[in-house]
Design a protein around this ligand. Structure first.
Ligand code: SAM
Length: 476
């Protein structure tokens, strides 16, 4: 009995001692977070302490256990710590500031420190210190690059120069109102409904600059990507659209050094994508029956190459051979040629297959672009009748759906604010148990509702793709 009583007494004495230690710690400001727990009710505190008493017998562990589980990083902390710090908007930096002030004051809250450590573990980046500058580097390669600064700069970045193909773009409320591809030329103006910009005012600027028209409207000036270029370039026949062109490259598994046959050349869009995929050591043979189409394809190809060389200071590979021939009848044009892949974009592909397929490597793919499903049926019927060693592996369409995702705005242009949901924290604040004098953050991260729905303007059907694989024919 005595032993039990003594044990009980010493247990409660230990409990009191630990409670006092904790209070002392709190008064030193070391664990402000804990104050939220201890300030609630005595009963809460007692329960917590009792629980700890059962589990721990060491002060350090006690402190750790008594603290609530490591607070999960807020969305703002998580997302913004993953972004390059110099890309954060002033708004986001402002929202992060209370935490930074806290660090700067030399009284880091335990949960803040842990949060920073967690970031470092997850991202390989050091935490944000000294007003958002990266002050410490983890050993990972990524972190080294971050610290090094210069290694994140694209090497040999060049300023916009005359002769380059550029795109001018104006967006209003996130929507593109104006987009135009043009070549930067001396003594020329960029005309738009939003005003005029002299090409001289663009030359020498970095790509991605906003330049004001004479009416004061800022227009984004950037270099044309290959996708922009093929969509905006002058056309003879309709082009293979970039999303299908990219899928065809995947289907054919085209890689650096490959030798690819393309028919027909048309306006040269697919030729450019193939040219890029096979690289300097590869070759593309692009065949078209019509001279005018071939001429347009060559012009478009050379125009892009010239712009590329001005941009990069090194030539685009000259790896496409444009040939005029009718692949339905001209058997000699492919003589002694072999291909790793074949890309067909013409009305009746089944008519050229008997001439083309003998020059395709066994096991390789012929990818076919067809606008209409009736053409797909004609192709399959043609295959059934021809007995060519081809397996139809896939018939596909690539729908792409644009979405409108943007902060909801009020009529006056300011952000709408989400209605606060009723949470446990709200109740505590209402009770006045937590810091009432904390400044309220306006439009805090996650407080703005977004509209998020399919865009009213959608790209319509472009094409069907058919993937044929050549197999080894068994001798009869
Ligand atoms: C739709 S266009 C190709 C567009 C091209 N893929 C592009 O991205 O710009 C079809 C081309 O196939 C060519 N063509 C049609 N039948 C042909 C044949 N039997 N032999 C060679 N070319 C042919 C046409 O002259 C036309 O230029």
């Amino acid at each position: 009995m005595f032993v039990i009583m003594t044990a009980k007494m010493s247990q409660s004495a230990l409990c009191m001692y630990r409670l006092l230690r904790l209070r002392a710690l709190r008064n030193h400001g070391s664990i402000e977070m804990f104050s939220k727990v201890t300030q609630t009710t005595r009963q809460d505190c007692f329960i917590t302490t009792t629980c700890v008493n059962r589990v721990e017998n060491d002060d350090t562990k006690l402190t750790r256990v008594l603290l609530p589980r490591r607070r999960s990083l807020s969305p703002l902390e998580r997302v913004s710590s993953l972004l390059p710090q110099d890309s954060l908007t002033p708004e986001v930096e402002e929202l992060r500031r209370p935490d930074q002030h806290h660090l700067e004051n030399g009284h880091p809250r335990l949960f803040d420190t842990e949060a920073t450590e967690a970031n470092e573990e997850e991202t390989g980046f050091s935490g944000i210190k000294n007003g958002g500058q990266l002050s410490d580097c983890a050993s990972s390669e990524v972190a080294e690059n971050q610290c090094n600064g210069a290694s994140f700069q694209p090497k040999g970045e060049t300023l916009l120069t005359f002769g380059e193909v550029l795109v001018a773009e104006y967006r209003k409320k996130g929507q593109v109102e104006f987009r135009k591809m043009f070549q930067l030329l001396a003594r020329t103006q960029l005309q738009s409904s939003w005003g005029v910009i002299l090409h001289e005012d663009i030359a020498g600027k970095p790509a991605g600059s906003f330049i004001k028209t004479h009416r004061g409207v800022s227009i984004l000036i950037r270099r044309a990507s290959l996708e922009d270029y093929v969509l905006f370039m002058k056309r003879a026949p309709t082009i293979a659209y970039p999303k299908e062109a990219a899928a065809m490259l995947l289907m054919m598994d085209v890689t650096e050094g490959d030798c690819v046959l393309e028919a027909g050349s048309g306006s040269g869009a697919m030729s450019l994508f193939l040219s890029r995929a096979v690289g300097t050591s590869g070759r593309v043979m692009s065949v078209d029956v019509r001279q005018d189409h071939l001429k347009r394809a060559v012009l478009n190809y050379n125009h892009w190459r010239t712009s590329w060389e001005l941009r990069r200071g090194q030539p685009w590979p000259n790896n496409v051979e444009f040939v005029q021939a009718n692949l339905c009848t001209d058997t000699s044009v492919l003589q002694d040629r072999e291909f790793h892949a074949v890309a067909l974009d013409l009305i009746d592909p089944h008519l050229v297959l008997p001439i083309v397929i003998p020059h395709l490597h066994s096991g390789a793919v012929c990818a076919i672009y067809l606008a209409n499903i009736t053409q797909v049926i004609d192709l399959l019927e043609g295959l059934r009748c021809s007995r060519l060693p081809l397996l139809c592996e896939r018939i596909m369409e690539l729908p792409s759906r644009n979405w409108l995702v943007a902060p909801a705005l009020q009529k006056d242009g300011s952000y709408c604010i989400k209605k606060a949901s009723i949470t446990h924290d709200n109740f505590e604040e209402d009770d006045g148990a937590l810091e009432k004098d904390q400044p309220k953050q306006e439009a805090a991260f996650g407080s703005i509702p977004y509209i998020a729905r399919p865009h009213p303007v959608q790209l319509s059907h472009t094409a069907f793709l058919v993937k044929l694989r050549k197999y080894v024919q068994q001798p009869f």
